[in-house]
Design a protein around this ligand. Structure first.
Ligand code: DAH
Length: 340
């Protein structure tokens, strides 16, 4: 038995020395340590040995030796494989120029820039304004006192300190009048918020672009001229519009300016609530009380204001049927516009 054990030890060493790969090592492992391997055979042979204890210890010693040697060889093969992988990997090349996939602008950004360009060309300045405002800016300064029914239409999200997320870009009117005084031509695009349930044409977060022009002798004709010019430039065609009386506490008279729904061509669809028309740009002559609150001399100056629904405009311009797509974050629908 002892001689047989010694013989196996030598043959194992020889096999291991010849072994060149992990797969070969596995074969050796099965040949020696497997269920029907040499060690198992030796164990079976114990039956016929007189000193079973000594022989058993010798066999176990050999088994442990083989296990350790195989584990060590296995480790070496694995390390060599990793090193080979690292060696064959591509080297970093700082001068290599690769094609990069470019992002794209959000359709609201595109529409905003386009409208801004049109107004910049007509001598308006573009103002940036806060999203968090106070009650005075959003309502009081716009002739909407506390408990005025107009507030019902504009429920929003309130902060613990009493400030609120602005419900309309009109919230900037007062600060901008105080900042520049008259005469004044300014537009101010911005994100607005309302506590509203959503559907194909309503969102709780949307964009508007407010505009104000204050000067001597400003009248409704100026207002209509600027609105029509802007819309035909943006849509690159003569746009059908209709003007209806509309009530807003901060203008007098006030109007609703509607455009023919570009999605259904005026036949009626969910985007225009089946009316064929889309409220796009409420507007009017700035109420004297609002001008006074902004420090403007109402004896000398008048002005018009409008609140263009930028999100609606983007829907019409790009044929987006559901307003909720804009805030969906879905690259599939949002990245189909011009790349940067
Ligand atoms: N701020 C109004 C709203 O969001 C829209 C509006 C109406 C703005 C008339 C104006 C205006 O400047 O003149 O409902």
């Amino acid at each position: 038995m002892k001689a047989r054990i010694e013989e196996l030890r030598l043959s194992f060493k020889a096999a291991l020395a010849e072994c060149k790969s992990g797969a070969e090592l596995e074969e050796i492992r099965i040949a020696y340590l497997g269920k029907k391997g040499h060690i198992a055979e030796l164990m079976k042979g114990l039956r016929d040995v007189a000193d079973k204890k000594e022989a058993g210890q010798l066999i176990n010693g050999l088994k442990t030796e083989i296990e350790a040697a195989i584990a060590e060889a296995d480790e070496q093969f694995k390390r060599a494989a990793i090193e080979a992988q690292v060696r064959s990997a591509k080297k970093y090349n700082p001068t290599l120029v690769t094609e990069r996939e470019l992002g794209s602008y959000h359709p609201i950004t595109l529409a905003t820039r386009e409208v801004c360009d049109v107004f910049l060309g007509m001598g308006f300045t573009v103002e940036n304004f806060d999203e968090i405002v106070d009650d005075y800016q959003c309502f009081e300064a716009l002739n909407i006192p506390k408990h005025h029914p107009a507030r019902d239409m504009q429920d929003t999200y309130y902060l613990d300190n009493g400030q609120l997320l602005k419900t309309h870009t009109s919230a900037a009117q007062n600060s901008i009048m105080k900042k520049y005084g008259a005469p004044l031509r300014a537009i101010f695009p911005g994100r607005c918020f309302r506590n509203e349930s959503t559907d194909a044409c309503h969102e709780n977060t949307f964009f508007q672009m407010e505009g104000m022009m204050i000067d001597e002798n400003i009248s409704i004709s100026n207002l209509i001229y600027f609105m029509k010019t802007m819309l035909s430039e943006v849509f690159q065609r003569d746009v059908k519009v209709r003007l209806r009386p509309g009530f807003f506490p901060f203008v007098e008279p006030g109007f609703e300016l509607d455009i023919n729904c570009a999605i259904c061509g005026g036949e009626g669809c969910p985007s225009c609530k089946n009316s064929g028309w889309l409220e796009l740009c409420p507007c009017g002559m700035i109420h004297p009380r609002v001008l006074e609150e902004g420090g403007i001399d109402t004896e000398k100056y008048t002005g018009f204001a409008f609140g263009l629904g930028l999100t609606r405009l983007a829907m019409m311009k790009y044929g987006v049927k559901d307003i909720r797509d804009f805030n969906s974050g879905s690259l599939k629908s949002l990245s189909q516009f011009k790349s940067i």
